[in-house]
Design a protein around this ligand. Structure first.
Ligand code: ADQ
Length: 461
């Protein structure tokens, strides 16, 4: 029987699932797949070493999953992780060409670290194993493994958007990057929009033979399958959290602290792709346009910092602090603070409680591969009295969730107007929308996602 080898920048074993800021369902689903198939989860330890040795550290988690990690040198971390992955690819793939840094050294570091990873991973991979590589950190990894003679089935899943061709071609050596991707047998995207952009690029820029109906791309005698696999949440696990004391306490804390006001919640990593300043502008506009609601609504934004070593992340943090201060400065009363901005992460159980206690979920990324917060918010609602999800039409999740209130996150008026709609929405309409949304959240869950991807990868010739 073939084992599964998962390769991603960081590994996350199941025991971390209850922890604040944990990876949520993805870690759980991959752990479940690894348990079922047997195998290894390989990645960077998150640690820095003085001199790269390539030595792999193995750990076995409580439920029998083996993780294998390597340490990296500081300049590799700077150029590969903070540099190319998060200062070049991340902004460009989220349509932020203004924030994209095109440094030659970043590109070199990225290539170098992919080579180091391939060398360290190769001895771990047995003949019949299938290999599943995750995300923008490792686009060239499959080709490196092939060049070492690996004949295994190797798949790749991109968690973030794929940009339109005319943006993507601003990347130096864009051809080389995509040519290397085409060494994977299966290339997965979050939805059809990102998939179509990728196929368009392959046809227009590489002159590859693209069979749109089949999703196959043929170049230089090799054929890859590209397909959309919308990721979901671990529905049973997440809804099960509703029975925990942590979730109930969190819900009670939120309800009692907001008293009779409607709580509206945002939960995001602090990242410029999540549209947080624009969201605050929308809330400010709401209070301007509907002053009669000044005392009705409390907005809670949970946003733990991430990637703090990067300048653009420090800037967004400063902007948010300023905007929150402005809204609260102008509108607070002795017994009322309209925006609560919380700079820390919470466990999944606590998030469940916060979502459930909030009558509006505000998810307004400027671009997002999928966005699992939108799905978690729906999963946590009371079916008899569900809250309303306001969702950016530019989140990957919007394709699967048309019954949310879809908004343009760049428009403060649109955000303000939809908050008003959500506040006034009758119970019948809230229930009707919830019924449709919960279907996709329940059925297109992360376990189905894992199974579909692995089944298609195994079926590749
Ligand atoms: P992220 O950009 O990190 O992930 P998202 O999908 O919204 O975004 O969140 C992933 C998980 O992180 C969720 O389970 C969520 O609960 C948790 N999380 C987010 N903010 C949190 C907070 N403030 N406190 C605690 N936990 C928090 C990338 C892509 C997404 C894609 C995922 C999965 O950018 O588009 O949905 O991968 O593929």
């Amino acid at each position: 029987m073939s084992r599964l080898v998962v390769i991603s920048n960081r590994v996350a074993v199941a025991k971390a699932r209850g922890a604040a800021g944990a990876q949520g369902g993805l870690a759980g689903a991959l752990n479940a797949a690894l348990k079922e198939n047997g195998g290894i989860w390989f990645g960077w330890s998150g640690q820095e070493c003085d001199e790269f040795s390539g030595q792999v550290s193995f750990q076995r988690s409580g439920d029998g999953v083996t993780t294998a990690t390597i340490d990296l040198e500081k300049h590799d971390i700077d150029e590969y992780y903070y540099g190319y992955a998060n200062s070049t690819l991340w902004p460009l793939f989220h349509f932020r060409i203004d924030l994209t840094e095109y440094e030659r050294e970043f590109g070199k570091g990225y290539e170098r670290v992919n080579e180091l990873f391939a060398q360290a991973a190769q001895p771990l991979i047995e003949e019949d194993d299938i290999v599943w590589v995750h995300d923008y950190h490792f686009m060239p990894l499959g080709e490196r493994l092939r060049s070492m003679g690996l004949k295994n089935k190797i798949g790749f899943f991109l968690h973030i958007p794929w940009p339109p061709t005319n943006l993507f071609v601003s990347l130096p050596y864009h051809e080389r990057l995509v040519r290397s991707l085409l060494h994977y047998d299966l290339i997965g995207f979050q939805n059809d929009t990102w998939l179509d952009s990728f196929l368009h690029y392959c046809r227009k820029e590489l002159g590859a033979e693209v069979d749109e109906a089949a999703g196959t791309i043929t170049l230089d005698g090799r054929t890859s399958l590209a397909k959309a696999y919308p990721i979901g949440i671990d529905y049973d696990y997440f809804t099960g959290l509703g029975d925990t004391g942590d979730a109930r306490q969190a819900e009670q804390r939120l309800i009692s602290s907001t008293r009779r006001r409607t709580a509206m919640i945002g939960v995001d990593r602090l990242d410029y792709s999540k549209g947080l300043p624009e969201r605050l502008d929308g809330i400010s506009r709401f209070f301007d346009n509907y002053p009669e609601h000044t005392r009705d609504l409390v907005f809670i934004q949970i946003a733990p910092p991430s990637r703090e070593d990067i300048g653009s992340y420090q800037q967004i943090r400063a902007v948010l602090e300023q905007k929150t201060g402005q809204i609260n400065g102008a509108r607070s009363e002795v017994d009322l603070v309209p925006v609560r901005y919380v700079n820390r992460g919470y466990s999944q159980a606590e998030l469940y409680g916060f979502y459930r206690g909030s009558k509006i979920g505000l998810v307004t990324p400027l671009r997002d591969g999928m966005n699992l917060v939108a799905k978690e918010y729906i999963a946590a609602q009371d079916p008899e009295d569900p809250g309303v999800l306001i969702l950016s039409r530019f989140a990957g999740a919007a394709q699967q969730m048309p019954d949310a209130l879809l908004i343009n996150p760049h428009s403060p008026d649109d955000i303000a107007y939809n908050i008003k709609l959500a506040l006034d929405m009758p119970l019948e309409e809230r229930k009707a929308r919830y019924e449709k949304l919960i279907g996709t959240v329940r059925d297109d869950n992360v376990l189905v996602w894992t199974e579909n991807f692995i089944a298609d990868l195994k079926a590749r010739d």
